[in-house]
Design a protein. Structure first.
Length: 114
């Protein structure tokens, strides 16, 4: 798993995801990317922008997984659609939303067989 620092380039576009998430993960041989909430542009949490969906699709196209790590409660209160997406995403393995890396480790799920 590639765990990004809170300090670093902001992910504000699909190109940023390719450069700073996918490229880094592939370069380190990681199958999952843990991204602090602070690294994601606010547009990621406004589903109408399409940014979250575009980034999630790119990550899954490269057979990687994404964990968004941190407090997103303010974003959840502002959007029923986001709340629904987070709930459904957390039932699967591809995109996860967790309060901390410890929570991610505690709820670790085995990789499905290929």
């Amino acid at each position: 798993m590639l765990c990004l620092d809170e300090a670093g380039p902001r992910i504000a576009s699909e190109q940023d995801a390719l450069d700073h998430l996918i490229g880094e993960a592939l370069g380190h041989g990681a199958s999952m990317i843990a991204v602090p909430v602070s690294r994601l542009d606010a547009a990621f949490f406004a589903l109408r922008t399409g940014l979250a969906g575009g980034i999630a699709q790119k990550i899954t196209n490269y057979r990687l997984k994404l964990a968004v790590v941190g407090d997103i409660s303010a974003h959840l209160q502002a959007s029923n659609a986001l709340r629904d997406w987070v709930r459904e995403s957390n039932k699967r393995d591809t995109v996860r939303f967790v309060p901390s890396l410890d929570d991610l480790a505690a709820d670790a799920r085995p990789m499905p067989a290929k």
